[in-house]
Design a protein around this ligand. Structure first.
Ligand code: ARG
Ligand code: ZN
Length: 844
């Protein structure tokens, strides 16, 4: 059944207060609810409906009198008074057999919850929709030592604990945790003087992996006060780490629940990338307290209201903590690799979708990352000051409300006086706009003509022009900037922008800072690109110039059979040798476009990409770089080593990313000695795993792989890396066999989403291996998706995206993939989640 945005109606009843009692037992937990309802004056109907799924109803009362509700599809109804009343119910649920990890479930003996988006209905009968907000009071009865819920702690004693959350919230923000946990504690005093107790709750064995997360939380709290003026609003802030979790983390009010991989870190077990990601996710969930919790979404179509904004905020935070230039490049790489991929295929959807079957399928890179890009564009268009005013107005106006994208945009319009009606198309129109550039230079006047077009996407054949902020700067031929960055607003299909007073034809630097999530189509010579790589003052476009050179070279290698281009490699060599540049940025210069990105680029030239040929060309270019730049790379490797103790902070992490990028290239031409030495000497996971990866990619490292397993068999987060790396580093023809062998490993706990993703995420990420001509990877993945689907639909549905690019490929591959998609689609009892995803991929 499809749900449509246009069908929204306000709830018939609102909730004034909720009281819940949990009598925890693995197979028969009793949930007693007492809910005070009140007719909604804004409602059109008086039908009383409560969501409920998989609940055993024991009893129900209205105002103390027993009632017998009618159990219907997805919930219950009954004749409710047209006045305020109290509804009570007792239900029984089975957390132990909840393998979907939605609602209340058990993970290694610990009870925990995941309610977003629609999991609360698996806990008790309730109007499980975000526009119903209420204060919650919770009593937990259990012998387990640690009993947590949202809000502030109340009474507690032998076998029970009570919690009260004064802030009205939708049910999706409810949380409960009960387990044998220990806390890493800290404290924070807010700007108005509120003392907040901070706790990171983990299993005893993980207590040594909490310090970094705690510091990240404090930094996040300070940052939100300083940058957004937003203060925390409870006496405690609890974070819990759990091993079995479908996504990264969840912002439940006052009780954030994290996938252990998104919070636990120590130098020996986590990489620099893990530390950075953990810092960002802790910030993201914390920032949700204002953008998501205090101001929430009216309905799930508005998901980007909280997610796009909160991602934008966590990106700003990471930029402030580390480097804005490096962060922007990372974000652009992710957007292109994942969101453009989504926009270009059968799963394309607007940032605010208009319909869905299963909302869990819309927690996507489009909603999150493109949603964040929209916020960034708004900020660029109205300026920092306008943005600040708009956000203040948004919080002031909507605190305690469940609102829409229209409300969000109106705050910007009212605060800045700008008309955003055309801008709003970014939320409703799917697809990645292409911006074509034409230049003219005559009589001292330089003219840029920009033309935009957005290709059709499912359900949206025709597109309107959107408002595209194009940041542009001009350089003169000797490399000086003659026109500093200014923002051109492209809002028509085609528009020209003139620049006067120039003494020579300038070199343009267009879409600086990646100022809009678009694909720039620009005729540019390799000389111009090399010039920009050397001289652009905008770090993003400096990097982009190198990336364009690499892409052009790779495309020629793939399509025309040419070899590595010495001109590109020399320009790259000058870039990485430039000691005035941040090492992290230089490591990004060394990162070549990915195989999937190249496959899409070839597809757009009208040809079916050959994943094997793409892989070989990319490897050949890596060899070419390593050959020609051997001296520079080994010098960088030696001079950027860190001698002191490990620190995850940005400067050291940047040096490690540069030395590891150099190591990986050097291993190709010089063998495994350097990597083996690094492996032996490493006192941190960043260097250990990079060395192991370098060895595996050249077909060595057998001994190290075994040693790694022996060393880390007791650390499940590290073992996820061990599983994933082997598949990622496999030669294309071996990838399926490697993955299959790993599924037979005793530690392959396939019901654990992290472990399942380690193997199959790596398999789908190994483009040439996934698309190996035999179709072995397609079959293997489909087999395992079918095995997981009955247990965990959400993770299964997410992993089906591996197939989403299938229409790009040649007839043989298309036939193979279609057969797997159809085999999945025709399976009896397929989950709603997975069948929606497969259906969209098979639709024409
Ligand atoms: N709100 C969470 C976050 O972005 C993610 C929840 C994902 N939920 C889901 N059903 N996929 O931090
Ligand atoms: Zn979020």
């Amino acid at each position: 059944r499809t749900v449509y945005l246009r069908d929204y109606t306000p709830p018939a009843y609102l909730v004034d207060e909720v009281r819940l009692t949990f009598r925890l037992a693995p197979h028969a937990t009793r949930v007693l609810s007492e809910i005070r309802f009140r007719p909604n004056p804004d409602a059109t109907g008086r039908d009383f409906f409560l969501h409920g799924e998989g609940l055993k109803l024991i009893s129900a009362h209205i105002n103390g009198a027993q009632v017998t509700p009618e159990l219907i599809e997805g919930g219950l109804t009954l004749d409710a008074p047209d006045a305020s009343f109290t509804f009570e119910a007792e239900v029984e649920i089975d957390p132990e057999n909840n393998t979907a990890l939605e609602g209340l479930y058990r993970s290694n003996g610990m009870y925990c919850t995941q309610c977003e988006a629609e999991g609360f209905r698996k806990i008790t009968f309730y109007p499980d929709r975000p526009d119903v907000m209420a204060p919650f009071h919770v009593r937990i009865e259990s012998d387990l030592p640690v009993l947590l819920s949202n809000g502030n702690p109340g009474a507690s004693g032998e076998g029970f604990a009570e919690w009260s959350d004064p802030w009205p919230k939708p049910a999706y923000l409810f949380a409960l945790v009960a387990g044998d946990l220990v806390a890493h504690s800290g404290s924070f005093t807010t700007m108005s003087g509120r003392d907040v107790a901070l706790n990171l709750w983990v299993r005893e064995a993980d207590i040594d992996k909490c310090a970094f997360g705690m510091e990240a939380l404090k930094k996040s709290m300070t940052w939100d006060e300083e940058v957004y003026g937003r203060e925390y609003d409870l006496d405690v802030f609890n974070i819990v780490a759990v091993d079995d979790f479908n996504m990264g983390a969840m912002e439940n009010k006052g009780l954030n629940i994290f996938n252990s991989s998104a919070v636990l870190a120590s130098p020996a077990t986590a990489t620099d990338a893990d530390f950075e990601r953990i810092e960002a996710i802790i910030a993201h969930e914390y920032f949700h307290n204002w953008t998501g919790n205090r101001v929430t979404c009216r309905d799930w179509f508005q998901l980007c209201l909280k997610e796009g904004l909160t991602v934008f905020r966590d990106q700003q935070f990471t930029g402030d903590m580390r480097s804005h230039a490096v962060k922007r490049i990372d974000d652009a790489m992710l957007l292109r690799a994942a969101q453009f991929r989504e926009d270009n295929g059968p799963l394309a959807h607007p940032v605010r979708p208009e319909s869905f079957v299963e909302i869990n399928n819309f927690y996507t890179v489009t909603v999150y990352e493109k949603g964040a890009e929209i916020v960034g564009m708004l900020r660029r268009l109205v300026g920092d000051e306008g943005y600040g005013k708009a956000l203040d107005l948004y919080f002031e106006r909507h605190d305690g409300q469940a609102v829409t994208i229209e409300d969000w945009l109106r705050a910007f319009e009212d605060a800045t006086g700008r008309d955003l009606s055309q801008f709003a198309r970014w939320y409703s129109q799917a697809g990645t706009p292409r911006v074509h550039v034409a230049e003219d230079w005559s009589e001292g006047r330089y003219t840029l003509t920009l033309r935009q077009e957005t290709p059709p996407t499912p359900g949206q054949p025709d597109k309107q022009p959107v408002v595209i902020p194009v940041a542009v700067g001009l350089l003169n031929p000797n490399g000086d900037e003659v026109v500093p960055t200014q923002v051109l607003e492209l809002n028509e299909a085609e528009q020209s922008f003139a620049f006067d007073g120039l003494s020579a034809r300038p070199v343009p630097s267009i879409l600086r800072g990646f100022s809009a999530p678009v694909i720039l189509r620009q005729e540019q010579s390799d000389e111009t690109r090399a010039f920009l790589l050397a001289h652009d003052t905008d770090p993003f476009n400096k990097w982009e110039a190198g990336r364009d050179l690499a892409r052009t070279n790779l495309m020629a290698m793939i399509q025309d059979g040419t070899g590595p281009d010495a001109g590109y490699i020399d320009a790259l060599g000058r870039g990485i040798a430039d000691e005035t540049l941040d090492p992290a940025f230089r490591a990004q210069l060394l990162a070549l476009p990915g195989e999937d990105e190249l496959a899409q680029a070839i597809f757009e030239t009208g040809h079916a990409p050959d994943p094997t040929a793409i892989h070989e060309a990319r490897e050949a270019l890596r060899h070419g770089i390593a050959d020609r730049l051997g001296d520079v790379l080994s010098r960088l490797y030696d001079t950027h080593q860190i001698t002191g103790p490990y620190s995850p902070e940005a400067a050291d992490a940047g040096r490690r990313s540069l030395t590891n990028a150099a190591l990986s290239l050097l291993s190709l031409t010089q063998g495994g000695d350097r990597a083996r030495a690094q492996y032996r000497a490493a006192d941190n996971m960043t260097q250990q795993i990079a060395a192991l990866g370098g060895l595996l990619r050249i077909g060595e490292g057998e001994a190290e792989l075994k040693a790694f397993e022996d060393q880390w068999s007791h650390e499940r987060l590290v073992m996820n890396k061990w599983f994933g790396l082997q598949v990622a580093a496999s030669a294309p023809r071996d990838a399926a066999a490697t993955a299959e062998a790993l599924t037979a490993h005793p530690a392959f706990d396939w019901k654990n989403p992290n472990r399942f993703r380690a193997v199959f995420g790596a398999l789908s990420g190994n483009a040439a291996g996934f698309h190996a001509p035999s179709g072995a990877s397609y079959r293997l993945l489909a087999d395992w998706l079918l095995k997981l689907d009955p247990l965990n639909p959400q993770t299964t549905a997410r992993m089906t995206q591996a197939f989403s690019t299938w229409k790009r490929y040649d007839a043989d591959r298309k036939t193979l993939i279609r057969a797997e998609l159809e085999r999945i689609a025709s399976t009896e009892g397929l989950s709603r989640d997975t069948s929606e995803m497969i259906g969209r991929m098979l639709a024409d």
